[in-house]
Design a protein around this ligand. Structure first.
Ligand SMILES: [Zn+2]
Length: 95
């Protein structure tokens, strides 16, 4: 009879979660980067990112100006604006 049920001290330290503090106002961390070469902006939908067909984007930045070589690329808000503006100057082939 020497067995004492040693109540395990399972203390859950509630509250302090240092890794994911919800103070994320300072720097937005998104999921998708802009695929324009040299552009470091986020291109998530939330922050105005858009998807473009590679060919259409290549019209503006050139194939070497895009860091991704897939059929669809993602661009940030400001790159999308730039793209839109550039496309406006050209006659669109379907109009
Ligand atoms: Zn960009």
């Amino acid at each position: 009879m020497g067995f004492k049920s040693n109540a395990r001290k399972r203390r859950k330290e509630a509250g302090i979660d240092s890794k994911s503090s919800s103070k994320s106002d300072e720097e937005y961390v998104g999921e998708a980067r802009c695929d324009v070469a040299g552009c470091q902006n986020w291109a998530d939908k939330k922050v105005g990112g858009r998807k473009l067909a590679f060919d259409r984007a290549a019209d503006v930045w050139g194939e070497s100006g895009l860091s991704k070589d897939s059929r669809r690329i993602t661009v940030c808000k400001s790159c999308y604006r730039h793209w839109k503006k550039s496309k406006k100057d050209e006659p669109t082939e379907w109009s």
